[in-house]
Write a protein that binds this ligand. Structure first.
Ligand code: ZN
Length: 92
């Protein structure tokens, strides 16, 4: 899956956005160092999920419940602002 992410070079601090596959490695154009992928910044609607579910543009999936949204977000490596992501923990 292609995603647009921010990458930062740990050596010289060069930062840019690249559209890459999730596990692709980006080398710094300045010094060839392996760049570090920064956590994605998503603008996600954090309100309660409507009973019938809704289509979430950011997650690009139909969301059926809070738990389902949590699963989708975990699968996509997205965490909520202010929430502490813990494996195996879900709000219902
Ligand atoms: Zn660099």
């Amino acid at each position: 899956m292609l995603r647009l992410n921010d990458y930062e070079c740990p050596k010289c601090g060069f930062k840019d956005e690249y559209l890459l596959h999730e596990h692709e490695v980006k080398l710094c154009p300045e010094d060839g160092e392996k760049m570090k992928r920064l956590p994605p910044v998503f603008r996600i609607n954090m309100g309660p999920v409507p009973l019938a579910g809704y289509y979430d543009d950011n997650l690009q999936s139909f969301v059926r419940s809070n738990t389902h949204r949590k699963e989708l977000m975990e699968r996509q490596g997205v965490t909520e602002k202010g929430a502490t992501p813990k494996k195996g923990q879900a709000w219902i």
